[in-house]
Design a protein around this ligand. Sequence first.
Ligand code: SF4
Length: 299
Amino acid sequence: MVSEFMLQQTQVVTVLDYYRRWLERFPTVRTLADAPLEDVLRLWEGLGYYARARNLHRAAQVIRDGHGGEFPRDLAAIAALPGVGRYTAGAIYSFSYDLPAPIVDANVARVIARLIHLRIPIDTAPGQRALWAAAEEFLPPENARLYNSALMELGAIVCRVRAPQCLICPVLSYCAAAPHDPELLPIKKARKATIPLTEDCAWTVHAGRLLLQQGVGSRWKGLWKLPPLTDAAIAANSEPMMHLTYPFTHYQVTLRVYAEDPPLVPGSNQAWCPLDGLEAVAMAAPHRRAVRQLTQARF
Ligand code: SF4
């Protein structure tokens, strides 16, 4: 479950070190369930999509409190854990217990879309329904671990996005797309254009401490970041101390940091953090980069 969560949206090579550190710090469901959320987020820092870390933490607590600390062996119970979608439930069920459950990841979706010559976009509700229905129909009653692994490998190695290797494909005789042009499948909806976005933040230092604000929205909940700039005139009349860019869904965000005077009273969810204690605080990755650049440049 840890590897499946980490690998959602993130490549294996990035995940490896995080995975090892995670299992050293949280070797059991109970150690994770009992840990403060702050520790969990700190360990996840840099992987992004922090809802995954919060859901893993909550899932461990559900298993501790609702399943006596034993990981459930029932597909419906696994699917009911926080953050577990249909793919993750099927992956845990088939890879951990070798029990039959379909999985549809990007590679499998491509193979199935080609096998059944699916002519509707796979990233729509009807497309998803068609893929999962086919995956369910193809699933053998035994050897689910081997079957699901093979299907994923088939997509990764043979039924590739470009130049699928149909002539050596073990399922060529069943494939409805092979006589046509398999490279045209799967069909996807047109991509949204990237939208530029600016995020202006304040660099407020007082008595050796930096003002930070804890996120409350779903994006960075529980993570600390630089507070938003309160005086828009500063951004209008001065150069930022630094700026950096980062992608977020279909946005390209420019984070600009400006020096601002300390407020009389910190706002809600704001706190002063000693400059020499910043590394111990769980921080949103772009803000961590900004804070590191500015602390290294100035102190
Ligand atoms: S025959 Fe070609 S298109 Fe069909 S599943 Fe195999 S590699 Fe993919």
